[in-house]
Design a protein around this ligand. Structure first.
Ligand SMILES: [Zn+2]
Length: 126
């Protein structure tokens, strides 16, 4: 059970900037992090293999992923601004957390984190 996800101000800003630059396309990045009990700390952003610009649904072949257990989830953008995971997001979720950033990608108001069951997890930027 994950109770909180923490991320540094610096990584948080790069996600929002990346989403703004790619708009109206989606971006997807993998999240590397550490888990201590119910707390996940995001430590790095990783560009997934074969991620291409302009795909309608930002995706990547899961079998191409490195066997890296520090990968704790992924983040992708919703150019529509929707802050709910789609059925596809939940079915194809990779790792433990799904972060979604919605248009206009400006601040914490435009970011949500979910677990696989579709339950919201609080995010702490510090
Ligand atoms: Zn989505």
């Amino acid at each position: 059970m994950i109770t909180v996800v923490t991320i540094s101000q610096r990584l948080f800003k790069s996600i929002l900037e990346g989403a703004r630059e790619a708009y109206p396309n989606e971006i997807i990045l993998l999240l590397r992090g550490k888990q201590k009990k119910g707390r996940i700390e995001i430590t790095d952003l990783i560009i997934p293999p074969l991620a291409t610009k302009g795909m309608r649904f930002a995706s990547f072949p899961a079998h191409m992923l490195p066997m890296d257990f520090s990968l704790i989830g992924s983040v992708h953008s919703h150019p529509s601004g929707a802050l709910r995971p789609s059925t596809q997001d939940l079915n194809h979720a990779f790792g433990k957390v799904i972060m979604i950033v919605g248009y206009p990608f400006l601040n914490i108001e435009n970011v949500v984190v979910y677990n696989h069951a579709g339950g919201k997890i609080p995010i702490l930027v510090k």
